[in-house]
Design a protein around this ligand. Structure first.
Ligand code: HEC
Ligand code: HEC
Ligand code: HEC
Ligand code: HEC
Ligand code: HEC
Ligand code: HEC
Ligand code: HEC
Ligand code: HEC
Ligand code: HEC
Ligand code: HEC
Length: 399
């Protein structure tokens, strides 16, 4: 075979990639800096390497175009749906270094291929700019585990679709993404990339934003999803987070994930522990050992609030009376919550995120498709509740 492959460095120059292969993607500044780097690389190449091989080039006196030589025999490196510009432009030698024998006879061998990130770093940032770096970037093969250096049928030259790429290494069971109820963004088109940066991040767990900003970035509106003929409405949490009385863990920066598993959970609403699915249910004790009904709340709050016999410290939601000189306490938490016929979930009175009335008390809840109102009046020694369906009720504490 005639050695046409003489200018081992392409002399097509920095303008080579200003062709229709380049998807500028409105990424002005980023792409410009990429182009600058690219040009710089070329300048260096032209300044130092070309003179060295110039001799060969001259003696061969054949038009210099390495892409022709390589693609003569490898015609499959430029045909992908999305072609990586250096491959498309025939800049094979930015990553490959052939011995002349390879070009003459072809065949395996006679070829040095830079499979490391240093090849990519000629033109790209090292992608490890954040304080948390994805360990995948330090594994053998580095960038090419996820990117095909030549091109691919997936955007960003990914080796497989965005939502299955991560599962090549991550077990969906280990992340909880395959348990019980799933969080829709985990499996949609962008999948993990909805929340994680594949390279590095200044947030823990490679998150694209602080956990709370991340959640509220999508839950700043009502979300309706359709499954068959069943429509589910997920309420706007951002709106709730603007109310006056926030539940402390929800107000906390890392808070959403203390109660919700971001990928999936065996409990409804992605909860990290059990909590009644319905507002009304039956309960012997409120903490039935088989379902551990309110485990979520009692991970932090004291279960004693539901006891028959309580001290003043157990709950403020009680009505005290004096009988024969001693204080008799009626536990109103127990009265409402523990009920074999119709127990009421904490959720009826309290919003776990935030609410407009003290003690995170809601102003309304859902009861068989109607939405009664609840007006709460706090008092130094108790409170008064006015529900749209009942007379006002008061409770009083004696100490
Ligand atoms: C950005 C760097 C880069 C560019 C540009 C590049 N390659 Fe590659 N190429 C690689 C890497 C890295 C591998 C090894 C992949 C692996 O081990 O999985 C490779 C593998 C190959 C292989 C063997 C495996 C296969 O996929 O068939 C051939 C052949 C090849 N390249 C040809 C070319 C040709 C021809 C060009 C120019 C049109 C080119 N490459 C441009 C980085 C590059
Ligand atoms: C005369 C034909 C021919 C030319 C020209 C040629 N190759 Fe190859 N190359 C082959 C054959 C044949 C193989 C072995 C089969 C295979 O892997 O596709 C091969 C294998 C490779 C491999 C994988 C094997 C290895 O040892 O790493 C790479 C990478 C590669 N070529 C890159 C290039 C690049 C880059 C150029 C241009 C600088 C080039 N080849 C020019 C024929 C050629
Ligand atoms: C010679 C310079 C050069 C080298 C070396 C290079 N790239 Fe690129 N890369 C570019 C240019 C120019 C673009 C923009 C045009 C395009 O999309 O092809 C680009 C685009 C990309 C994109 C898509 C960017 C986007 O925002 O759409 C990815 C991903 C990428 N390169 C990965 C790699 C990886 C991985 C390597 C190393 C195996 C590598 N590149 C090596 C020049 C280079
Ligand atoms: C674990 C898989 C993985 C590894 C390893 C990886 N990338 Fe990426 N990379 C991606 C994914 C996924 C995207 C698409 C991101 C998106 O669409 O938000 C991407 C996007 C890019 C882009 C486009 C610009 C951007 O930031 O979105 C460039 C350039 C890039 N990668 C280069 C590299 C380089 C260079 C390396 C090695 C240092 C590398 N990647 C390693 C998965 C990976
Ligand atoms: C080539 C294998 C590989 C691929 C592909 C891969 N990862 Fe990883 N990833 C790892 C390894 C190894 C670790 C460290 C061990 C662990 O946490 O499982 C890790 C850790 C992580 C972590 C935890 C980081 C931390 O600091 O807590 C996140 C988040 C992550 N990967 C997300 C992703 C996402 C998103 C993708 C797809 C874009 C992806 N990974 C693709 C290998 C991979
Ligand atoms: C809705 C946003 C979201 C999506 C989508 C998402 N994650 Fe996460 N991921 C998180 C959050 C938030 C954390 C941090 C959890 C914490 O701090 O408790 C996390 C943590 C992780 C961790 C660190 C270890 C752990 O389990 O806590 C890994 C690994 C991980 N995610 C992988 C993935 C993979 C793989 C996908 C895609 C299948 C994915 N994530 C999709 C939000 C998400
Ligand atoms: C990329 C957008 C996006 C992000 C980010 C996001 N979510 Fe979601 N979330 C959704 C969508 C869409 C649904 C509706 C899913 C459905 O109906 O199956 C949903 C549903 C939920 C549900 C109700 C699940 C059910 O079974 O009804 C909870 C709880 C939830 N998200 C919590 C969170 C938390 C906590 C975070 C932050 C770690 C978060 N979300 C981040 C899009 C997002
Ligand atoms: C103290 C525990 C707790 C914290 C902290 C918490 N949640 Fe919730 N969340 C719940 C419970 C319990 C439910 C189910 C009852 C309900 O729908 O109000 C729920 C329901 C949801 C729903 C589904 C609402 C619907 O209409 O189905 C979304 C979305 C949600 N939470 C997002 C968030 C976000 C975002 C954060 C952080 C700002 C957060 N949660 C913090 C306990 C919590
Ligand atoms: C991660 C820990 C945690 C979890 C889980 C939790 N809380 Fe809280 N809760 C707190 C903290 C901390 C406060 C603020 C200090 C206090 O008042 O005890 C608080 C305060 C409250 C208040 C307001 C008390 C007042 O008098 O103003 C109510 C009501 C409440 N929580 C109900 C619930 C309910 C209902 C659940 C279950 C859905 C729950 N909490 C789950 C930590 C938690
Ligand atoms: C019928 C409405 C109602 C239900 C149901 C209810 N609470 Fe309350 N809760 C209240 C009221 C009213 C207060 C305010 C008591 C006061 O005046 O200090 C309160 C106060 C609290 C407090 C502050 C400490 C205390 O006990 O005074 C916590 C914590 C709390 N509730 C948690 C829960 C949990 C957990 C559940 C479910 C197991 C629940 N509540 C069910 C009405 C309710």
């Amino acid at each position: 075979m005639k050695l046409r492959h003489v200018g081992l460095i392409s002399t097509s120059g920095p303008t080579a990639f200003q062709t229709n292969h380049i998807k500028t993607n409105n990424r002005g500044p980023e792409m410009n800096s990429l182009k600058k780097k690219y040009r710089l690389w070329h300048c260096l190449a032209l300044a130092f390497i070309l003179p060295a091989i110039g001799l060969i080039t001259m003696t061969q006196a054949v038009a210099a175009d390495d892409s022709v030589a390589c693609t003569d025999c490898h015609d499959d490196k430029q045909g992908a749906q999305y072609v990586h510009s250096p491959a498309g432009e025939g800049e094979c030698l930015v990553c490959h270094e052939p011995e002349p024998a390879h070009l003459e006879e072809g065949g395996p061998g006679g070829m040095e291929t830079n499979r490391t990130a240093s090849a990519c770093a000629q033109c790209h940032d090292d992608m490890a700019g954040g304080s948390t770096i994805h360990p995948a970037l330090e594994m053998d093969g580095e960038c090419i585990q996820c990117h095909n250096p030549h091109g691919s049928s997936f955007e960003k030259f990914l080796v497989t679709s965005a939502n299955s790429l991560c599962l090549e290494c991550h077990d969906p069971v280990a992340t909880g993404a395959a348990t019980g109820s799933q969080h829709l963004p985990v499996t949609d088109e962008r999948g993990c990339l909805n929340c994680h940066n594949p390279h590095s991040s200044n947030q823990a767990a490679l998150l694209t934003a602080s956990p709370k900003a991340l959640c509220l970035g999508c839950h700043n509106q009502e979300i309706s999803t359709q499954e068959g003929d069943r429509t589910t409405h997920i309420k706007n949490i951002q709106e709730t987070m603007e109310l006056e009385y926030l539940h402390e863990p929800a107000a906390d920066e890392g808070g959403c994930t203390t109660c919700h598993a971001p990928h999936g959970s065996q409990h409804k609403k992605l909860l990290t522990a059990s909590f009644p699915e319905k507002n009304y249910y039956s309960s012997q004790s409120g903490i039935d050992s088989d379902t551990n009904t309110f485990e979520l709340c009692f991970n932090c709050h004291d279960q004693a609030m539901l006891n028959q016999d309580i001290s003043a410290a157990d709950t403020g939601f009680r009505n005290d009376t004096l009988q024969d000189g001693s204080v008799v306490r009626r536990n109103l938490h127990r009265f409402h919550v523990v009920n074999t016929v119709e127990g009421r979930s904490c959720n009826i009175c309290h919003d776990p995120h935030g609410a407009s009335q003290p003690h995170n008390l809601r102003s309304t809840w859902t009861m068989k498709k109607i939405e009664p109102t609840l007006l709460f009046q706090s008092r130094p020694d108790g409170g008064e509740c006015l529900k749209s369906c009942h007379r006002p009720k008061q409770y009083r504490r004696l100490d």
